[in-house]
Design a binder for this molecule. Structure first.
Ligand SMILES: [Fe+2]
Ligand SMILES: [Fe+2]
Length: 302
């Protein structure tokens, strides 16, 4: 007889599961110290075997110092409405997102130096997310929760292709992206819980999802094209083949995650996470605990 429960420990990297009756997986949300430093000579094309992956990841990186402070602002505004336990979890979530955008801000200085045409895109992102913050609190929370679904889908997609995508890549930049993706998996349920707690229903969530997907796609495409043109690789058939294939496979993952997240009764804890990130973070935490930079009190179970 098969067991009706599945947890992260049974999972592999294929497929998303959100099955009625599965046991919710509780994760440890940890406030970590990020210690990545990017030397001046770091190449913005940090995946030399597949430069197109650098473009896509860099385009996401460019968005982070603008979209992640927007998430933090949106969540901070509802803190007084939350019960103390959830509010404390949200504070760790905000600390994680703040660490992410701090790292991307440092890395993006290298990007903008090597691709000066990204500077106007960076300025547009700043103005856009500043404006987006002026929208209603319910919209901002739905957009944030939906963006976490997108981030989770990206993490799943990248985990399945990690050996190809990160082959021969710059170790520091790769580690920064993997750390970020791993924490996205770790805090996948927080914005969703908050949105639900303050009355965000399915219709509003779907509005947030459609808006968030449109915004992410538009800005990633702009960044991709700017870097592709600057590298004079836009007319390489292999570049288009890879990008098209990645877009198709990612669309499938994103569609699956989006549909599941909009179903009534959905709980992100029921999604089967890639084990790779959990193992990676365990190693990262072990090293930082040895260095005295991580305490047991920095963790919260969600
Ligand atoms: Fe993040
Ligand atoms: Fe996040």
């Amino acid at each position: 007889m098969t067991s009706p429960t599945r947890t992260i420990h049974d999972s592999d990297d294929d497929g998303i599961a959100s099955v009625t009756g599965v046991e919710s997986h509780k994760a440890d949300l940890t406030n970590r110290k990020a210690t990545f430093r990017y030397p001046e000579e770091t190449d913005a094309q940090w995946t030399p075997a597949r430069p197109e992956f650098s473009w896509a990841a860099n385009a996401l990186s460019l968005m982070m110092p603008h979209i992640e402070p927007y998430f933090v602002r949106s969540m901070r505004r509802v803190l007084p409405q939350l019960e103390p336990n959830l509010a404390e979890t949200v504070r760790v979530y905000m600390a994680q997102e703040s660490a992410h955008h701090g790292q991307h801000r440092s890395f993006n200085q290298i990007l903008c130096r090597q691709y000066p045409k990204l500077k106007p895109v960076d300025n547009t992102l700043r103005r856009f997310f500043g404006w987006l913050s002026s929208r209603s609190q319910p919209f901002n929370l739905a957009f944030t929760a939906a963006s976490e679904t997108i981030a989770y889908a990206i993490a799943r997609w990248a985990a399945k292709r990690r050996t190809i995508l990160f082959s021969g890549a710059d170790p520091v930049v790769s580690s920064m992206f993997i750390w970020h993706l791993a924490e996205e998996v770790e805090h996948k349920s927080v914005a969703f819980d908050v949105n639900k707690k303050v009355g965000g229903g399915t219709v509003r969530y779907i509005q947030g999802l459609v808006s968030a997907i449109s915004v992410w796609v538009v800005f990633v495409l702009i960044g991709l094209v700017v870097m592709g043109v600057s590298d004079r690789r836009v007319f390489y058939p292999v570049a288009w083949f890879r990008l098209t294939w990645w877009a198709i496979t990612f669309s499938f993952d994103l569609l699956t995650a989006s549909v599941l997240s909009a179903l009534p009764g959905h709980d992100p804890r029921n999604l089967v996470d890639p084990l790779w990130y959990e193992v990676w973070l365990r190693e990262y935490d072990f090293e930082h605990r040895l260095a005295g930079e991580l305490k047991q009190t920095d963790r919260r179970t969600v």
